[in-house]
Write a protein that binds this ligand. Sequence first.
Ligand SMILES: Cc1cc2nc3c(=O)[nH]c(=O)nc-3n(C[C@H](O)[C@H](O)[C@H](O)COP(=O)(O)OP(=O)(O)OC[C@H]3O[C@@H](n4cnc5c(N)ncnc54)[C@H](O)[C@@H]3O)c2cc1C
Length: 600
Amino acid sequence: MAVYTAPLRDMKFVYRELFNGDDLQKLPGYGDFSPDVVDAVLEEAAKISQEVLFPINRSGDEEGCTFENGVVRTPKGFKDAYDQFTAGGWTGLGAHQEYGGQGAPKALNMLVEEMICSANMSFGMYPGLTHGAYNALKLYGTEDQKQLYLPKFADGSWSGTMCLTEPQCGTDLGLVRTKADPQADGSYNLTGTKIFISAGEHDLTQNIVHLVLARLPDAPPGIKGISLFICPKFLPKADGSVGPRNGASCGSIEHKMGIKASATCVINFDNAKGWLVGEKHKGMRAMFAMMNTARLGVGVQGLGLSEAAYQGGLLYARERLQGRALKGAKFPEKPADPLIVHPDVRKNLLTMKALTEGMRALVMWVSTSQDLAEKAATEEERTRHDDLIQFLTPVVKAFGTDIGFDNANIGVQIYGGHGYIREHGMEQYVRDARITQIYEGTNGIQALDLVGRKMTAHYGRYMRAFFHPVQAFIEENAADPKMEEIVLNLAKAFGRLQQAVGAVAQKGLSNPNEAGAASSDLLKLLSYVSVGYMWAKMAKLAFSKEGDDPTGFYKGKIKTARFYMTKLLPQTGALLSTILAGGETIMDLEDELFSAAVAA
Ligand SMILES: Cc1cc2nc3c(=O)[nH]c(=O)nc-3n(C[C@H](O)[C@H](O)[C@H](O)COP(=O)(O)OP(=O)(O)OC[C@H]3O[C@@H](n4cnc5c(N)ncnc54)[C@H](O)[C@@H]3O)c2cc1C
């Protein structure tokens, strides 16, 4: 059975013990977030996730959204859950206090987002998209736009969307055709069709505010001619209340593989009134600033699903009786032993556990860095933290969602045929997880972002923000006998990463196809090392607390770290080999020969 209990012990561990989250309270604006308040937030978030969102996850998947006469209805229970969610102030947790939010640290907010995604990823899409729109307007909106929209986003009465994709363009947004015609009153009339718009239309909020990429009449072609507009479903009146209907409407909803309770809409803009956000033709800059945060959020969706799949798999592996332990019955009084005695099942469970907890730690590193990049005392510190975020964003997005999907798949495997049928809810995780590898920049595009931008930016400065702490950790702990096995494995993998980066940088300079061909493998290699660094840090901390470990939490960390180092991290060896083999065999086969096997 699908089950979900928020992993509060591990969340408090990564927040408090591993990354000194309680110190965030000393940063400007975070004074209210004392350890007690942080605990209370986590515990209340666990409650609403477990008791309100999780119970409508399966029914939401079965029922899906419906579309009739331009109206989209979310599944039974979603409106009620959303009302409880907003009443509890959850839409405003990360929003700034000046706009009516609670101004929580981003690191804390990430943990809450993880719980929401574990419990009900479809539900999480609605506040998630609003959060994205909030960030874009906060960064690039005029003061009037911020005053009008941000408090409504924070209290959840209005929701947001991101309208980028059109039928002819997804990855390549330079092909956007939606037009924006300037009007005498300073507004713009938007005309065009956007597809795949999450939360584009629904029945949860009083208004839906679209952030739309469109092209002005004098726009240069391609990506440099895209501007960003705000376009609400209902035009706001002067007092901020909801006014007449605007020309933005839902044409249909998609029937899709997963996240069925999240409405994915075609939105038609028919001379819809909109207003420019930021500068003309600089829409992509605004979009990218927002997208970086959104990409971390999507990585957390993967993490949330990974945790949920692990919990479901573990429960079943303990209950299901099949076969006997290889070294003799462990429970001779029972007709058979539980699945968890079998090495192959244990390997599956440990893979899920090691990747999930490792990714949670990595997300915490990046999100505490987000807080410090914004609020640390010195420019030097803020830049260093921002550099790290830039470098690790593709890792969190791509590896977070890859492990989300892979672990959901392992979850099904642990259930055997009972995982494949719908009853237990495990197959839903696979279907829900799949989209996370695609939207917000496919994982292939994340890999190109790594090799094309993040590795080379400022002569490798982003990369150094990651390499330096890993190198320092290895040097500091090499002589610690308890850490020997762990540091040795980490150092080996780190060496492979350095070698791979050098090879890709060198070959890519003369032939960009070499960089493109290596990109996904390099991102994966970096991901394994990043999570390996997290496990090494967790193990070190756990060794220091071995003497005070009544529940065995730290013992579990040390043993899982050893598993990660010896059974998962060595995959970096194979990845290095494929990277060093170069891209020649990838580019060599003539396009027409891809179909040679089907020719008569
Ligand atoms: C359920 C769902 C929700 C979505 N929500 C939103 C939303 O809220 N707002 C929104 O604007 N969009 C949304 N999208 C759209 C989503 O972001 C796009 O589908 C995604 O960006 C990929 O674009 P595409 O589908 O056009 O694929 P394409 O761009 O056609 O790409 C197809 C494949 O080719 C690869 N590829 C493309 N270009 C390159 C290249 N230059 N180099 C290497 N590989 C390349 C891609 O990695 C991909 O594997 C959503 C989509 C879905 C299915």
